[in-house]
Every structure is written in C-alpha cells, then in structure tokens.
Design a binder for this molecule. Structure first.
Ligand SMILES: Nc1ncnc2c1ncn2[C@@H]1O[C@H](COP(=O)(O)OP(=O)(O)OP(=O)(O)O)[C@@H](O)[C@H]1O
Ligand SMILES: [Mg+2]
Length: 281
C-alpha cells in the first residue's frame, strides 16, 4: 500500500445533468463515476481506455482533484486528498499535472511561450526573479525539443505539435511525480503524434515520473503502457498488464473494444525508432 503513488477506492462522481434541468429547481444528478478503484505506482505508465463517454477524462480530473468526488477516497503520495480545499491542494498541484488535448485553450493567448513557462517557477517560489525563471523556462524548451527562439512566440504562432510540446514543458516544470495526458496527440499528424509520444516516453525515463495516458489509440497504449485500465459506463471493467489484456482480454467489453478499433500488428519497438527532435524550419 505504502508504495502506491496514487490510490483511488470506491470513487464516485455525480454532477448536475444540465441537459435535463427543469425550468425550475435543480437539475437531476448524473452519475459519472460509479465506484472506481485505481492505483498508480511510482514511475509506472498506465493506459486508460474505453469508448467515448465512458468517463476517462472525468476520472482523470477527479483523481487530480479538479473535481471533488461524491464518495470514495483518493490518496496521493500517501496523503488523503479526497476533501482537501484548493489552498491545501496547491502545493500538491506541482506534483500532479494534467495535459489536455486542446493545448490552444490551455495556453494564455496573451503570454509569450517564455513567459508562460516561467510562470510556474515564479508562482511556486522556485526562481528568485523573472531572470532566473526565464532561464529555467529556456531549459524546459530544450528538454521538450523546441528551439530557444520559441520563447518569444505566442501560442497562435505555433503548430499543434509545438503547442503540445509547450503543454508538456509546463507540466514537467516542477518535477511532478504524476502526469496525466488526456488524448494529447489526437488531431495531430501521425508522424507528429509519434514524436510527441516518444518525447513523453523519454521524459518519463529521465524523470521517473508516472504517466497516465488516456488514448483512443490502442496501439499507442500497447506500445507505451505497462498496464492498461479499461473503462465502461463510469466503471473499471478490466485492468492488467498491457500485454495480457491485449493478448487475452477477460472482459467481453474489452474484446469488443479491441475488435472495434483496428489494431495494426504493431512492433512494440516502433517507438524506439522515432526521432524526438522537432524539425525546426
Ligand atoms: N461537466 C460535466 N457535467 C456533467 N456531465 C459531464 C460533464 N462532463 C462530462 N460529463 C459526462 O460524463 C460522462 C463521461 O465523460 P468523459 O468526458 O469523462 O468521457 P471520456 O471517456 O473522456 O470520453 P471521450 O473519449 O469522448 O473523451 C459523459 O456521459 C459526459 O456526458
Ligand atoms: Mg475524454
């Protein structure tokens, strides 16, 4: 138990169902998470899969306490975070980060990339002043394979892949123990997807952080994740070592999912052959 980085038991989440809100009074509650058990070990890569609407994003957000669960318990680094207030969560936010698919809206359009990346160092007191914060930000750019001159650019001046690199840079700024990546390569060109995923993998190896990867692409999960968690209708229906789950799925839903998504005969080593450096024009 003590070795778990993140541990969720009996996790439930119900939110007002705005679509069914009557003209007067409260909207009825919609049950989104229906008693989820999930553990993440330090340094582990866990794939979270399941059809659209199964609750993957809401689970990720609840685990990182962007939502307060309706029931259940979450511990992170041995600490019960289930009901912490935002002020108490703040120091922990540096240790657990989430990267979203829509990197455009995650970045403030008015801040240059350098300023945006300097911000966490300043707000968490990790830099003595803006000079040092900008220097640290430059180091982050390098770690995610972006050229130093990107610091002067604004989000709209970047490609989707470059923006996701910035999103990753921001997530790793304060050395998190856990990063959740929610569909971060959807919508990118396949070659860019591969570069971003390889970047994540090499950063993971370098920092020892744990990674929860939410992806529709089962071949990606298979190539990157040691363990896979399958969700359906707000529940975890199967979990196990990726290899086992993909080769011998237990749950009928997992089998259906594997059939529904064409799974190319991926060479598990494919990702080793991807060059993570961005081609700078
Ligand atoms: N803010 C919200 N308020 C109420 N219900 C929501 C909210 N956000 C999502 N839901 C509902 O919660 C359920 C799970 O949604 P979630 O976004 O977690 O699915 P998902 O597995 O991430 O799907 P996708 O693969 O499409 O991203 C869905 O039924 C969705 O309609
Ligand atoms: Mg989602």
């Amino acid at each position: 138990m003590g070795t778990r980085l993140l541990d969720a038991t009996g996790l439930r989440l119900a939110l007002p169902d705005q679509g069914r809100k009557p003209a007067f009074g409260r909207a009825p509650l919609l049950e989104i998470l229906k008693g989820v058990e999930l553990a993440v070990l330090p340094g582990e890569t866990v794939g979270l899969v399941g059809e659209s609407g199964s609750g993957k994003s809401m689970l990720a957000r609840t685990l990182l306490r962007l939502y307060r669960p309706t029931a259940g318990r979450i511990t992170f680094e041995g600490r019960d975070i289930t009901n912490l207030e935002e002020a108490e969560l703040r120091p922990l936010r540096a240790r657990m980060q989430i990267i979203f698919q829509d990197s455009q809206s995650a970045l403030n359009p008015r801040l240059s990339i350098g300023t945006a990346l300097a911000e966490p160092f300043l707000s968490y007191g990790r830099a003595t002043g803006s000079r040092e914060a900008l220097r640290l930000a430059a180091g982050l750019l390098e770690r995610v394979g972006l050229a130093p001159q990107m610091a002067g650019r604004y989000p709209h001046q970047l490609s989707g892949g470059q923006r996701q690199r910035v999103g990753i840079a921001r997530a790793i700024a304060l050395n998190p123990a856990l990063v959740v990546a929610d569909e971060i390569v959807s919508g990118l060109d396949v070659s860019v997807q591969a570069q971003i995923l390889e970047l994540l993998r090499s950063l993971k190896a370098e920092t020892g952080m744990a990674l929860v990867l939410i992806s529709h692409d089962l071949s990606v999960v298979r190539a990157l994740c040691e363990r896979v968690v399958v969700m359906q209708h707000g529940r975890v229906v199967e979990t196990g070592r990726s290899q086992d789950v993909f080769e011998r799925p237990d749950h009928p839903y997992t089998r259906k999912l594997l059939r529904a998504i064409p799974l190319p005969e991926v060479d598990p080593e494919w990702i080793d052959n991807v060059d993570i450096e961005e081609e700078t024009p």
